[in-house]
Design a protein around this ligand. Sequence first.
Ligand code: HEM
Length: 122
Amino acid sequence: MWDWHIYIGYVLVGLFSIRIILPTLGQMKFQNPFTKNLTVKEKFQKWTYLIFYICVLISLVTGLIIELGPKELKKPMEEIHVLGIYYLVAFIGIHLGGVLMAEFTNQKGIISRIISGKKIEK
Ligand code: HEM
């Protein structure tokens, strides 16, 4: 039953690795929550992303160890891995809420830009 999850998991490992490599090539730099002069909202956004990336990394590493690691680590890794559902649901909620809030306040059209991939015209 979990085969599909494991295949998607391997794809995610690839996508996550690309995401980590991109900033070293000068693309899609990571947001730094320690940057000076950030508003409370911007700090919250950047911390949320950082924590999300760390949680995804933990899910991927524990998932890989369950599948490919030594037998004696399987049980403890499973116990950590299944907790992933909590951050995942929380992040989806915060993310959708944030996008809707942006759409109806200071970033009108953000939803169509997300769908179409168009950049803001300056
Ligand atoms: C962001 C990445 C991932 C998330 C959020 C995630 C989340 C989860 C969750 C919530 C479960 C528990 C389902 C349940 O027992 O009801 C689970 C199970 C499982 N996942 Fe992942 N997973 C991720 C990546 C991976 C990867 C990369 C692999 C391996 C290549 C993997 C292998 C497994 C396996 C083998 C199980 C079953 C564990 C068991 O028997 O208790 N997962 N995953």
